[in-house]
Design a protein around this ligand. Sequence first.
Ligand code: ADP
Length: 191
Amino acid sequence: MLNIVLFGPPGAGKGTQSEKIIEKYDLNHISTGDLFRKHMGEGTSLGRMAQEYIDEGNLVPDELVIKMVEVKIKSHHSPKGFIFDGFPRTVAQAIALDAMLKKQGLSITTMLALEVEDEELRSRIRLRGKTSGRADDQNDERINNRIETYKRETLPVADYYTAQSKYHGINGTGSIDQIFNDICMVIDLKK
Ligand code: ADP
């Protein structure tokens, strides 16, 4: 099995690259951002609990995220592996993920980290905000809060995987195909 953590700040291109990776390698996609947006759209109790955090650009509490991921891991369809997109976003989530996988005799194969400068992130998110309809893409204060939250709470997750020799940095600026190419080179070495 190929279990990938796709990592990077908001606006780094995780969603775009995930789609291409899933298509090529037939992996189960677990995007916590997409899952929360689905819950919010359907007005479930989880969606209602998550909404206030998401709209302001804060993280949803770990226990809500971890429970939601656990359910998704159990209901997977492809035997080939998982791509975790936007998760884990805290060290506590990373530890929980390792424990969940271990129960099934699995582990993370590699972390692919998309690296993009802050100014480029801000301009990509502002552009996306024109069509995404996402409240958290709409104003500079929320966008900045997401980038700051990433640095404070999420960057330590990179150290967690570095300590396991699983971190691979990928230059996230350039054409979508070029970035995908770099990603595939790393994946093909790990397969
Ligand atoms: P982004 O483009 O900012 O990376 P995502 O779609 O991955 O956006 O996530 C949107 C929002 O959903 C985050 O800003 C956060 O509020 C919430 N969220 C998503 N994944 C997690 C997670 N693993 N832990 C906590 N909050 C999360």
